[in-house]
Design a protein around this ligand. Sequence first.
Ligand SMILES: Cc1ncc(COP(=O)(O)O)c(C=O)c1O
Length: 428
Amino acid sequence: MDRRNFIARTSTAIGVSTFLPITGKKLFTNQKENEWESVRSEFLLTREGIQMAQFLLASHPKIVRQAIDLHRRKLDEDPSEYWHNAREENTQGVLTSAAKYLKCDPSELALTDSTTMGLAMVYSGLKLKKGDHILTSTHDHYSTEKSLEFAAKKNGAKITSINLYDNAATASVDEILSNLKSGIKDNTRIVAVTFVHSITGVKLPLAKMSAVIKAVNKTRNESDRIYFCVDCVHGFGVENITVEELGIDFLIAGTHKWLFGPRGTGIIWAKKDAWHMVDPIIPPFSIAYAMWMGTVPEGELSFFDRITPGGFHSFEHRWALKEAFDFHLELGKEKIQNRTYELNTLMKEGMLANNKIKLHTPKNTELSCGINAFEVKGMTPEEAILKLRKMDIYGSTTPYKIIYARLTPCILNTEAEVHECIKALEML
Ligand SMILES: Cc1ncc(COP(=O)(O)O)c(C=O)c1O
């Protein structure tokens, strides 16, 4: 048995006892590390190396795997019967847990297959007209940039892309707010940004940005107001936030990254008074279908019923999303956030102490959370990640026009693993 398998087998569960195995003796003298090791042992992630790219595509905890298996078996046994009889209950289960997580109304949520699908649904569905202005930034992911571009081609809106900060490492809240203020024009109807930039690791101060937008909206008619739309995928499952605290109008996130939800799942949340801004682009298979058939009278539809794309899906994954939210709720959102901050701050301190490393992510957790983007003197980011891989550390590079290396500790990592990464960086 190798060292990591040994750790997995001897973990002890504390605090998450309803789904964690309680076996063996404690390995760490440190109670806290022991507890997180128990969480880690819920996953089948290989222990051959140190996982520092978990945020690309999630591994599933045991309760999510079990839920997928159960729905799959029932679908395999009798797909039509299970879909007809269980879909309402299973869907409501997902929406209820997601709403509890976000502290919102379940009717404000739509289910998607990914962040990219959610961004496309919202941006392509926006009721904009020629001459309307969309303000976005240069820090966004390909999926935001392209979704906005495709939408503007159809509706004739004009897009401006601004720098919210010039230098990621030294970015400040004031700088971001001031650039946002200067970017807003009289005809701006949409501000489209990303919570945590996967290129630099910068986390935007969304609540403060919302306050700026709300102040502008106060001076306008309702028909001219600005809607604040955010790709939240890399804050979702890390930050201890509710939609009310963020103050935004649309939250779009894949749930198959930091939330450890089933692969091929995501959500859109839309504030009730913003629902009317988005038209569906894929026919929903909801009560809207029954209205079309004439079996129920026409009436008001919730955001879920209007926007969730129809067609048959990989329901064993979609319905097991409930367990991913439950897993996080049971562990505790605040605890998850604090642990993520703790490991990432440790990583950043190690990087900052190494004069061969140029860290592009701010150290302060006000402006960063789980992504650390960096360069190593004398080698390309790809070479650095390859060398780390040879040392059994699995990092990633940024899929952007500018490429950086990334190490991204999450709650499945230990302090010891972060120290190993810091040591490996020193040896590069
Ligand atoms: C900021 C950001 N948005 C969107 C995506 C795409 O997410 P998804 O795979 O859920 O479509 C990624 C990376 O995968 C990302 O980094």
